[in-house]
Design a protein around this ligand. Structure first.
Ligand code: NAD
Ligand SMILES: O=C(O)C(=O)C[C@@H](O)[C@H](O)[C@H](O)COP(=O)(O)O
Ligand code: ZN
Length: 367
């Protein structure tokens, strides 16, 4: 097992990465579970595959798990979804000093984490991520949120978990499409800040997506270490460092909004296309060569992820797609900073991007 510490003053925590952590979850959580009854929020797919394993570990250790099983999918990240989780937790008598368990992908983690942040003005929670995306990204760093009709993650809080248990063995039951979506956030770390990791991804991406144990462990550990470093430096996205984790997301969230936050386009799929757009836009304004943008596109395509927004069959204009971006949380005094590239592994925050030009660029890409 690898242990990566997220060094945050007063609320530092471990991210443990390894196989078999679900079967050992009671011992791993230890004193964080201070009562016999353990509230666990999950979804139906995760419950089908992993509920028994988690239950056995907890029951053997003398606990009684209580599961709230939600319908899978992004729609759970809504006011209604939040109300359901919060009322259920209140009904279970959860106290501030208790820890709720989020067992699932990024949807369950974001929703449960947000519920924990508002429950009795904030109670504890433990992330047990079961998708590649959640293990490499969403379970770490404390961004929690639900979506609004106006856009992605617009209602939320920074609320750090007390512990993250990333059992790479849990990925054995994850559908290939979800592995691919998670891989987008893996290669993101290379593209934004680590050229050597990008090169490794180019050579080993297929192994990661195929579930090769060694490659997976390396990809998860490197990704978590990168995220932990960035979060420790800029927990609340105030200095510009953490904003780099948003590479591909301004474009990606707009695509998710345009496709109705539906299974038509998964978050990671939107991010993959968004990173291609960020690379091409960086080439358009002369930061990088067309060859470098093509290299980013090629590495993403080689894993099996789609790269072309023209294939999405969207009927909107470039201007309409760009309009979604005006809800982005990075908006500052009417200006939207973009995460662009000065090279592969060299992302930066550009505050001088003209939205008219983005709309023109998107119109070309949609064609
Ligand atoms: N908070 C953050 O920092 C952060 C970072 C990245 C993404 N996100 C958010 O995460 C969400 C996407 O997360 P996701 O990709 O994990 O999606 P998800 O939570 O919807 O999970 C994907 C699918 O996999 C299923 N599943 C989960 N684990 C499984 C397993 N082990 N075996 C079989 N099926 C399993 C789920 O039921 C679901 O159908 C988005 O809402 C995105 O905005 C948040
Ligand atoms: O942790 C971060 O910071 C990220 O930006 C990680 C992203 O992968 C993630 O999708 C995040 O939820 C997007 O942040 P948002 O602030 O644009 O909602
Ligand atoms: Zn993301």
């Amino acid at each position: 097992m690898a242990v990566i510490r997220v060094e945050l003053a007063g609320r530092a925590y471990d991210v443990r990465v390894g196989e078999g952590l679900l079967a050992d979850c009671a011992a791993q959580c230890g004193a964080l579970l201070r009562k016999k009854d353990v509230p666990i929020v999950t979804d139906a797919n995760v419950s089908e595959h992993w509920r028994e394993t988690v239950t056995a570990s907890l029951v053997d250790a003398g606990y009684t798990p209580h599961f709230l099983v939600l319908d899978p999918g992004e729609a759970a990240k809504s006011w209604q979804g939040l109300e359901g989780v919060v009322e259920w937790l209140l009904g279970k008598g959860v106290e501030r000093g208790d820890h709720i368990v989020a067992l699932g992908g990024g949807v369950i983690g974001d929703l449960t984490g947000f519920a924990a942040s508002v429950l009795k003005r904030g109670c504890g929670f433990i992330q047990i991520p079961t998708t590649l995306l959640a293990q490499v990204d969403s379970s770490v760093g404390g961004k929690t949120a639900i979506n609004s009709k106006q856009g992605k993650n617009l209602i939320g809080a920074f609320h750090q978990p007390a512990l993250v248990l990333a059992d790479t063995g849990a990925l054995a039951t994850l559908p290939r499409r979800e592995m691919l979506a998670g891989y987008a956030e893996v290669i993101k770390y290379g593209i934004l800040g680590d050229r050597a990791f990008f090169d490794w991804c180019e050579a080993n991406g297929a192994k990661v997506v195929d579930g090769d144990a060694e490659a997976l462990a390396y990809a998860v550990e490197q990704s978590v270490a990168a995220k932990a470093r960035i979060v420790a430096e800029d927990e609340r996205e105030t200095t510009g460092t953490r904003a780099l984790l948003n590479l591909g997301h301004t474009f990606g969230h707009a695509l998710e909004a345009e496709t109705g936050f539906s299974s038509a386009l998964l978050h990671g799929e939107g991010v993959a296309m968004g990173m291609v757009l960020a690379a091409r836009y960086s080439a358009r304004i002369g930061n990088i060569s067309a060859d470098e943008a093509a290299r980013v596109t090629g590495a993403i395509a080689a894993s099996g992820l789609r790269t072309e927004i023209s294939a999405l069959g969207l009927t909107c204009s470039g201007k309409e797609l760009a309009a979604h971006m005006l809800h982005d949380k990075k908006m500052d005094a009417g200006t939207l900073p973009f995460i662009l590239l000065n090279g592969i592994g060299e992302a930066y925050l550009d505050k001088n991007v003209a939205m008219d030009d983005i709309a023109t660029f998107l119109a070309q890409q949609l064609d």
